[in-house]
Write a protein that binds this ligand. Structure first.
Ligand SMILES: Nc1nc2c(c(=O)[nH]1)N[C@H]1C(S)=C(S)[C@@H](COP(=O)(O)O)O[C@H]1N2
Ligand SMILES: [Mo]
Length: 174
């Protein structure tokens, strides 16, 4: 009888341990980024300069976080909270002055020109989280330029939609 009770106790402890490790594994899986944190994801270049900055997810996450309300336009996306680094702040930490314009380019060879003024007017971010989740390449990640859609001029959103560059890989400053 005594032995039976201790077996029950051992099984309960084992079951608890297995459940606990499953729980930890699941939460780690959710929090894990889709790419290694030390992999260069974004290159920043400036016209007439040899200097280029290679930024990893760890670099972006080391900057102060900014969260905006937005979506990827025209793809059936719903408004979400996008978190990332302010583009203006990012350039500032790399000692890059505000450019007249920047060309943002993507993995699929899409590119769009952003007026430098946008950075002070709207403070768009290089987002790496959507509602707290990292984005895989299939989900148009891992990096997306995101504007705060609640701040866009009514009826004139289209240019900002075009500037919502997903799968962002490069920023060229001029
Ligand atoms: N990388 C990338 N970003 C992009 C685009 C694109 O084709 N590739 N299209 C832009 C445009 S015009 C719009 S409306 C939205 C949605 O683009 P999509 O319909 O081509 O997916 O993302 C913008 N950002
Ligand atoms: Mo578009």
């Amino acid at each position: 009888m005594r032995q039976c009770q201790s077996q029950v106790a051992i099984f309960s402890i084992l079951a608890a341990l297995i459940l606990a490790s499953l729980f930890i594994a699941t939460s780690l899986a959710v929090a894990a980024p889709p790419v290694p944190r030390d992999m260069p994801l974004l290159s920043i270049t400036r016209a007439g300069s040899d200097i280029s900055h290679q930024l990893t997810l760890a670099d972006l996450e080391a900057l102060p976080q900014r969260t905006v309300t937005g979506l990827i336009p025209d793809v059936g996306d719903t408004l979400a909270q996008w978190t990332g680094a302010s583009l203006a702040e990012l350039l500032d930490t790399r000692d890059e002055p505000l450019p007249g314009r920047l060309t943002a380019s993507a993995l699929d060879h899409y590119y769009e020109i952003l007026p430098g003024d946008d950075l002070t007017r709207f403070d768009p971010i290089v987002a790496y989280l959507r509602n707290g989740d990292y984005l895989s390449i299939n989900e148009r990640g891992p990096l997306v330029i995101m504007y705060d859609h609640t701040q866009l001029p009514r009826g004139q959103e289209r240019p900002y939609y075009n500037r919502t560059v997903w799968q962002l890989t490069g920023i060229h400053l001029e």
